[in-house]
Design a protein around this ligand. Structure first.
Ligand code: COA
Length: 326
């Protein structure tokens, strides 16, 4: 049986780091309010020469190096973003060109903050079907470009960045629940379009002909997030037959420290097992999970053999979880 094994991670952040105090000079907010309600202290904001594609390229380059590969080894690029460089072509093809890959399959996935989870399931399925052997899965965003910088209820919450992983096809005889079974063990995705109006961008090519700005009913999103995230993590774990206490790390979507706490409590997961980067990066949408994953791999917390749960929820609503043995 073929399994998609994670062999490398990488991430990239814009050079400019903006504190809450700096934001409070532009909008009616305070460091105290932002930290207390969200846990966010800093976010990175893209400069003129930084785009979703350049951040994605840098994260991908680091992931390919970590996997011990060269760009030419990659035969599939799936890039999750809600902030593509252009309406088309897909940002994945821009990254492909930047990496100097002459021919491979490359496309974008749009599922907003859970885009990376959607991209992982798509790449995993294509690898297990035998169609591809070495995939680059990227989450990359420049949400600073779709924020309404006069709306304090949203502009303080988001940041820019990118994260990437390399998935490689490996033959495996191990059962999903065996400690030797490396790779993506289970994924679960959901969408419920009835909630389109709670988190959306008020423009687009086929409606206004403009890019638009992000709009959100934060309190209602919060309520749905905790319920949906706890449920989908349980569902994905159940698919592996592994108990919650077998989990070494949870790498959640980094939207709000209070959502992370409430979700962990609901599953009786100790907070020491939860990777938190929301204080440093804010919500980077599809980039947030692979960015946090790369950080925890590089600082030596997540090690080979560890059982890791990834989860995210975003506009749509869409949400999902993946169980990976590193
Ligand atoms: N600075 C200061 N005050 C602010 C503020 C800011 N940046 N943003 C909002 N406020 C004010 C509001 O105007 C409101 O004032 P009022 O009571 O006088 O009307 C008050 O703070 C409380 O607002 P509320 O929206 O009830 O706060 P909250 O505790 O629900 O926190 C969020 C707001 C957005 C932080 C929270 O709802 C949240 O994180 N939601 C989920 C967001 C999310 O995860 N989105 C992405 C999912 S992918």
């Amino acid at each position: 049986m073929i399994r998609a094994v994670l062999t490398g991670t990488g991430s990239a952040l814009p050079a400019r780091r903006v504190s809450n105090a700096e934001l409070a000079e532009q909008v009616d907010t305070s460091d105290e309010w932002i930290v207390e309600r969200t846990g966010i202290r800093f976010r990175h904001i893209a400069g003129e020469d930084e785009t979703t594609a350049t951040l994605a390229r840098d994260a991908a380059t680091a992931a390919i190096a970590a996997a011990g590969l060269t760009a030419g080894d990659i035969d599939l690029i799936v890039l999750a973003t809600a902030t593509p460089d252009n309406t088309f072509p897909a940002t994945a093809t821009k990254v492909q060109a930047m990496l100097g890959i002459d021919d491979c399959v490359a496309f974008d996935v749009a599922a907003v903050c859970s885009g990376f989870l959607y991209a992982v399931q798509v790449a995993d399925s294509m690898i297990r079907a035998g169609a591809h052997r070495r995939a680059l899965v990227i989450g990359a965003e420049t949400f600073s470009r779709i924020l309404d910088w006069e709306d304090r209820t949203t502009c303080v919450l988001f940041g820019d960045g990118a994260g990437a992983i390399v998935l490689e096809a490996r033959d495996s005889v191990d059962d999903v629940a065996d400690a030797g079974a490396r790779g993506i063990l289970a994924t679960r995705l959901h969408a419920d379009g009835r909630h389109n109006g709670l988190l959306y961008v008020d423009g687009g090519p086929s409606t206004t002909g403009t890019v638009g700005k992000l709009r959100m009913k934060g309190r209602e999103v919060f309520r749905h997030a905790v319920v949906n995230l706890a449920a989908v993590m349980e569902e994905a774990l159940q698919a592996t037959g592994l108990p919650t206490d077998a989990v070494d790390w949870v790498v959640p979507h980094q939207a709000n420290a209070r959502i992370l706490d409430a979700t962990a409590r609901k599953l009786s997961l100790p907070s020491e097992k939860v990777v938190v980067t929301v204080d440093q990066h804010a919500n980077t949408s599809a980039a947030s999970v692979p960015l946090a994953l790369d950080q925890a791999v590089r600082d030596g917390r997540i090690l080979p053999g560890h059982l890791v749960v990834l989860e995210a929820m975003g506009g749509g609503f869409t949400w999902g979880a993946a169980i990976i043995r590193m």
